[in-house]
Every structure is written in C-alpha cells, then in structure tokens.
Write a protein that binds this ligand. Structure first.
Ligand code: C5P
Length: 217
C-alpha cells in the first residue's frame, strides 16, 4: 500500500528535519514543494522581472523544469522572499498543482533504484489543498523567535553573513504574507497532528509523529 504524508507549517519550524526522518523510516519519495515556488521566484528575478506581476510569475511557473530545483541559489533569502511573493498568485499555485499531485500519486523511484513505499510532501498547503486525502497530515510550528534563531544559525553554519534582527524581520514578513493570502493560506488541516517543536528536539518530534501514525493503523 502506498502512503502519502503531508507536512505543513511555517519556515524553519522543523519540517525538513522531521520529513527526512520519516522519508528514511518509511522509504518514501520526498518533495520539498517550497523549491517549486523558490524556483519560480528565482526565474522571474533572473529574467529581470517582478515576482509580484501575475503574468510574469505564472509564465515562469508554467515553464518550470524539475531540473531547475537543484539550483543552490534557491536556498538564499532573496529566493525565499521572491517565492513568498509568487506563491500568493492563484495562477502560480494552479500551475504547480498537477506536478505536486502527480508526485504524490506516482512517487518516483528512490535513489537506490528501489520502489518508494509512498510519498512525503512538505509545504504550506499540502494537507489542505494539494493532498486533502493524505493518510497522514502533520502541522509543524514553533515560536517566531525560535524559528528565526534556527534560520540565523543555519545561515551562519553555511558561512553566510546574517544579522539576527534582519532574519527575524524577514521571517515575520514572510509569515504575514503566507497566512494572510487568499489563495491557499498557511493553515492547519482539521485532521492534522499539530506539533509545536519550540521545546522539542528532533528525536522527540519524530517520536510524536510515529505515535500519531501508529495510532492511525
Ligand atoms: O518552504 P520554503 O521556505 O522553501 O518556502 C518558500 C515560500 O514558498 C514560502 O514562504 C511560501 O510562501 C511558499 N510556499 C507555498 N506553498 C507551499 C510551499 C511553499 O506557498 N506548498
């Protein structure tokens, strides 16, 4: 049986770490859907365009090639801000929907060539819009300050220059845009497990998710 796990929540809440543990544990194919929006925003910026222009953003989303998702420049805060802007445009979300649903329904083979046992998608609207029938939905959060501290440390660890106050402001700006937009705003699905990782380490979050999944079977 193929399982679909949806992980949603704001930036730096711990979705990536938890998703990786679940991906390996259940042998799932993983899609980081934020990369689709980052690649769209990055494409518009690199064409000298405006990520808030619906026609430009939608054209970029439609022309997206999955190979573009491997670009390391998608990890920058500039790409994150552009992603957050293009992601508020309904035409962009619609253009990226089929790719995400197809990934969930027909997960690609794993890196070792074996068949995936299902798919895990991480994003903002997976449990509500992309895969409303997902067997498992997790909504991962943490306080804004803790998420900003995690992102700050991550940037520094990668050797990038960062100012905490700036990271915190960017996080607040992105949260406000993601939760207030009318197209698929960031909101927990009614049947999602809500996991606040502010005072949890990766092992505790993983254990809570496994308990939730076990209780469903
Ligand atoms: O998860 P990540 O930080 O890479 O996402 C970048 C931006 O893409 C988010 O701030 C959000 O605006 C957008 N996004 C979205 N829906 C998703 C995934 C990401 O709107 N499913």
């Amino acid at each position: 049986m193929s399982i679909v796990i949806a992980i949603d929540g704001p930036a730096a809440a711990g979705k990536g770490t938890l998703g990786l543990r679940l991906e390996q544990h259940f042998k799932l194919a993983k899609l980081d859907t934020g990369l689709l929006y980052r690649a769209t925003g990055f494409k518009v910026l690199s064409q000298g365009g405006d990520p808030e222009d619906p026609a430009q953003a939608e054209a970029a989303a439609r022309a997206l090639d999955p190979a573009e998702l491997n670009n390391p420049e998608l990890r920058t805060d500039e790409s994150a801000q552009a992603a957050s802007k293009v992601s508020a445009i309904p035409g962009v979300r619609a253009a990226l929907l089929d790719f995400q649903r197809n990934f969930a329904q027909n997960p690609p083979k794993l890196a070792d060539g074996s068949a995936a046992q299902g798919a895990i998608l991480d994003g903002r609207d997976i449990g509500t819009t992309v895969c409303p029938d997902a067997e498992v939905k997790l909504f991962v959060t943490a306080s804004t300050e803790i998420r900003a501290k995690r992102r700050f440390k991550e940037l520094r660890d990668r050797g990038l220059e960062a100012i905490y106050a700036r990271v915190l402001d960017d996080m607040k700006e992105r949260d406000a845009r993601d939760t207030s937009r009318s197209a698929s705003p960031l909101v927990a699905a009614a049947d999602a497990l809500q996991l606040d990782t502010s005072d949890m380490d990766a092992d505790q979050a993983f254990a809570a998710a496994l308990d939730f999944i076990a209780a469903k079977n």
